[in-house]
Design a protein around this ligand. Sequence first.
Ligand code: AMP
Ligand code: ZN
Length: 116
Amino acid sequence: MSDCIFCKIASGEIPAKPVYEDDEILAFPDIQPQRPVHILVIPRRHIDSLAQVGPSDEALLGRMLGVAGRIAEAQGSPDGFRVIINTGPIGGQEVMHLHMHIVGGPEPVGPMLKRN
Ligand code: AMP
Ligand code: ZN
Protein backbone atom coordinates (compact mmCIF):
# COMPACT_ATOMS: atom_id res chain seq x y z
CA MET A 1 0.00 0.00 0.00
CA SER A 2 1.96 2.99 -1.31
CA ASP A 3 0.08 5.64 0.70
CA CYS A 4 0.02 3.75 4.00
CA ILE A 5 2.10 5.40 6.73
CA PHE A 6 2.75 2.16 8.60
CA CYS A 7 3.82 0.39 5.38
CA LYS A 8 6.29 3.26 4.92
CA ILE A 9 7.57 2.73 8.46
CA ALA A 10 7.81 -1.02 7.85
CA SER A 11 9.82 -0.47 4.65
CA GLY A 12 12.10 2.15 6.24
CA GLU A 13 10.85 4.95 3.99
CA ILE A 14 9.73 6.79 7.15
CA PRO A 15 12.29 6.36 9.91
CA ALA A 16 11.17 4.86 13.22
CA LYS A 17 13.03 3.71 16.28
CA PRO A 18 12.08 0.05 16.59
CA VAL A 19 11.95 -1.42 20.08
CA TYR A 20 11.36 -4.88 18.60
CA GLU A 21 11.58 -6.28 15.08
CA ASP A 22 11.70 -9.56 13.29
CA ASP A 23 10.91 -10.76 9.78
CA GLU A 24 7.14 -10.36 10.26
CA ILE A 25 6.64 -7.79 13.02
CA LEU A 26 7.83 -4.29 13.90
CA ALA A 27 7.23 -2.41 17.18
CA PHE A 28 7.95 1.28 17.72
CA PRO A 29 6.84 4.10 20.05
CA ASP A 30 3.54 5.84 19.34
CA ILE A 31 4.20 9.39 18.14
CA GLN A 32 1.57 10.72 20.59
CA PRO A 33 1.97 8.53 23.67
CA GLN A 34 -1.13 8.26 25.84
CA ARG A 35 0.68 6.60 28.74
CA PRO A 36 4.35 6.46 29.86
CA VAL A 37 4.68 3.22 27.88
CA HIS A 38 2.89 3.35 24.51
CA ILE A 39 4.21 1.08 21.79
CA LEU A 40 2.64 0.14 18.47
CA VAL A 41 3.11 -3.38 17.11
CA ILE A 42 2.45 -3.83 13.40
CA PRO A 43 2.73 -6.66 10.90
CA ARG A 44 5.25 -5.77 8.18
CA ARG A 45 2.78 -6.78 5.48
CA HIS A 46 -0.30 -4.65 5.00
CA ILE A 47 -3.55 -5.83 6.55
CA ASP A 48 -6.27 -3.17 6.82
CA SER A 49 -7.64 -4.13 10.20
CA LEU A 50 -8.60 -6.94 12.54
CA ALA A 51 -11.87 -7.12 10.61
CA GLN A 52 -9.95 -8.22 7.49
CA VAL A 53 -7.89 -11.04 8.90
CA GLY A 54 -8.35 -14.61 7.74
CA PRO A 55 -7.11 -18.05 8.72
CA SER A 56 -3.74 -17.43 7.05
CA ASP A 57 -3.14 -14.48 9.42
CA GLU A 58 -3.77 -16.35 12.66
CA ALA A 59 -0.18 -17.33 13.32
CA LEU A 60 0.96 -13.75 12.73
CA LEU A 61 -1.66 -12.39 15.15
CA GLY A 62 -0.59 -14.93 17.71
CA ARG A 63 3.00 -13.84 17.33
CA MET A 64 2.03 -10.17 17.79
CA LEU A 65 0.37 -11.05 21.10
CA GLY A 66 3.22 -13.33 22.00
CA VAL A 67 5.84 -10.57 21.94
CA ALA A 68 3.71 -8.04 23.90
CA GLY A 69 4.81 -9.08 27.37
CA ARG A 70 8.48 -8.95 26.48
CA ILE A 71 8.09 -5.52 24.88
CA ALA A 72 6.12 -4.13 27.84
CA GLU A 73 8.69 -5.38 30.32
CA ALA A 74 11.62 -4.08 28.29
CA GLN A 75 9.93 -0.68 27.92
CA GLY A 76 9.34 -0.25 31.65
CA SER A 77 5.96 -1.80 32.40
CA PRO A 78 6.87 -5.14 33.99
CA ASP A 79 3.80 -5.36 36.23
CA GLY A 80 1.23 -5.43 33.48
CA PHE A 81 -0.03 -3.55 30.48
CA ARG A 82 -3.03 -3.26 28.20
CA VAL A 83 -3.32 -4.30 24.57
CA ILE A 84 -5.76 -2.37 22.39
CA ILE A 85 -6.62 -3.04 18.76
CA ASN A 86 -8.93 -0.31 17.48
CA THR A 87 -10.87 -1.68 14.52
CA GLY A 88 -12.77 0.27 11.87
CA PRO A 89 -14.75 3.48 12.37
CA ILE A 90 -16.75 2.08 15.29
CA GLY A 91 -13.54 1.05 17.04
CA GLY A 92 -11.88 4.44 16.44
CA GLN A 93 -9.18 3.15 14.07
CA GLU A 94 -7.34 6.10 12.49
CA VAL A 95 -4.49 4.34 10.66
CA MET A 96 -5.82 1.62 8.37
CA HIS A 97 -2.91 -0.77 8.81
CA LEU A 98 -3.57 -3.31 11.53
CA HIS A 99 -1.74 -2.36 14.70
CA MET A 100 -1.77 -3.26 18.35
CA HIS A 101 -1.25 -0.64 21.05
CA ILE A 102 0.67 -1.70 24.15
CA VAL A 103 0.02 0.83 26.91
CA GLY A 104 1.50 0.63 30.35
CA GLY A 105 2.73 2.07 33.60
CA PRO A 106 4.39 2.56 35.92
CA GLU A 107 0.98 3.62 37.29
CA PRO A 108 -2.23 1.74 36.39
CA VAL A 109 -3.56 2.47 32.90
CA GLY A 110 -7.07 3.21 34.25
CA PRO A 111 -10.61 2.13 33.43
CA MET A 112 -11.03 0.11 30.28
CA LEU A 113 -13.65 2.41 28.75
CA LYS A 114 -15.23 5.67 29.84
CA ARG A 115 -18.88 5.13 30.56
CA ASN A 116 -21.11 7.14 28.23
P1 AMP B 1 -5.52 4.12 15.94
O1 AMP B 1 -6.48 5.17 16.43
O2 AMP B 1 -5.65 2.83 16.71
O3 AMP B 1 -5.56 3.94 14.45
O4 AMP B 1 -4.09 4.64 16.35
C1 AMP B 1 -3.17 5.17 15.45
C2 AMP B 1 -1.98 5.58 16.27
O5 AMP B 1 -0.89 5.78 15.40
C3 AMP B 1 -2.17 6.87 17.07
O6 AMP B 1 -2.00 6.58 18.46
C4 AMP B 1 -1.08 7.79 16.52
O7 AMP B 1 -0.52 8.59 17.52
C5 AMP B 1 -0.09 6.80 15.95
N1 AMP B 1 0.75 7.29 14.86
C6 AMP B 1 0.35 7.90 13.74
N2 AMP B 1 1.41 8.18 12.95
C7 AMP B 1 2.51 7.69 13.60
C8 AMP B 1 3.90 7.66 13.31
N3 AMP B 1 4.41 8.20 12.19
N4 AMP B 1 4.73 7.09 14.22
C9 AMP B 1 4.24 6.57 15.35
N5 AMP B 1 2.94 6.56 15.67
C10 AMP B 1 2.08 7.11 14.82
ZN1 ZN C 1 0.07 -0.55 5.40
